[in-house]
Design a binder for this molecule. Structure first.
Ligand code: ROI
Length: 160
């Protein structure tokens, strides 16, 4: 089994409900064991400011799926909860599931880049990740604790 971390984000419809549903769906992933999930956080939008605040969280799973099969599963969950893809870059989204880390793997393919390219600078990823895995090392050797220490909270607050 490989330990994988998945970021959850939503800012349309009822984001708390969407995030909660997504977490429940992650608990039912095939060939996987749900390990833990952070609190839900409220965060300021990265990207255009004229969109609602986001609800963000990070979950840990152990999985025997390969990375692309896990991606198929997370995209299925996104669709199941009514994702409407808008054209606007960095615009609002009903539900986003991003594979942040897949063990120590470093992958670059058309469909999937792991570690997630933005994770080292996004407060709404790093703080929830630090809550569930403070001692975690990234494949490049940096630690979540170090990254959090140099990343502004930008209004991030735990809500549930
Ligand atoms: N901003 C926040 N705060 N949280 C997100 O999950 C998020 N996701 C995105 C963009 C549009 C970059 N902004 C975000 O995809």
């Amino acid at each position: 089994m490989i330990r994988a971390y998945i970021a959850i984000g939503s800012n349309l419809g009822n984001p708390v409900e969407k995030a909660t549903n997504a977490i429940d769906a992650l608990k039912r992933l095939p060939d996987s064991t749900f390990i833990s999930c952070s609190s839900l956080y409220s965060s300021k939008p990265m990207g255009p400011a004229d969109q609602p605040d986001y609800v963000n969280a990070v979950a840990a799973i152990d999985t025997a799926l390969n990375p692309l099969d896990l991606l198929d599963q997370t995209q299925r969950i996104e669709l199941e909860f009514g994702r409407e893809r808008k054209d606007e870059r960095w615009g609002p989204r009903t539900l986003d599931l991003d594979i942040l880390l897949f063990g120590d793997f470093q992958l670059e393919s058309e469909r999937l880049t792991v570690p997630h390219y933005g994770m080292k600078v996004r407060e709404f990823v790093l703080y929830p990740l630090a809550e569930i895995a403070p001692d975690l090392h990234l494949p490049d050797g940096s630690t979540v604790a170090e990254l959090v220490a140099v990343t502004d909270k930008n209004g991030l607050t735990a809500i549930a």
